[in-house]
Design a protein around this ligand. Structure first.
Ligand code: AMP
Length: 111
């Protein structure tokens, strides 16, 4: 079971800001910006690279949740949505997640 599946199952605590039948959003435990949320599917998909064509609608739903939680957090000045994939992508938890970062000016390119 991935760490994030344990959060979905309420086996470990998280500061949950949004939930629906397919999705959970919670605050990152080590925030990299004043607002740093993680939006995940409840179903354990390893990463974006492991998603299937049948998951396309779910991917769109997850991005819609990113938009909604960003609006609820007052990120009208802008924000960043990131998903890290695999070792070179800097992924540390093997359960697909979108980072939603805001309330500070982002730099580009990312490290
Ligand atoms: P990534 O490095 O893209 O795989 O992102 C994983 C993220 O999960 C990191 O930003 C971590 O800070 C975050 N994280 C790890 N454990 C927890 C936890 N128990 N609750 C909330 N966020 C976590």
């Amino acid at each position: 079971m991935t760490l994030f599946e344990k959060i979905v199952a309420r086996q470990i605590p998280a500061d949950i800001v949004y939930e629906d039948d397919r999705t959970l959003a919670f605050r990152d435990i080590a925030p990299q910006a004043p607002v740093h949320l993680l939006v995940i599917p409840k179903r354990p998909i390893r990463s974006l690279a492991a998603a299937q064509d049948e998951d396309t609608e779910l991917m769109g739903h997850l991005l819609g949740v990113c938009r909604k939680v960003a609006a609820e957090e007052g990120l009208g000045a802008g924000y960043r949505v990131v998903t890290n994939i695999g070792e070179d992508g800097g992924q540390s938890v093997d359960h697909l997640h979108f980072h939603v970062l805001g309330k500070r000016r982002m730099t580009w390119p990312p490290g």
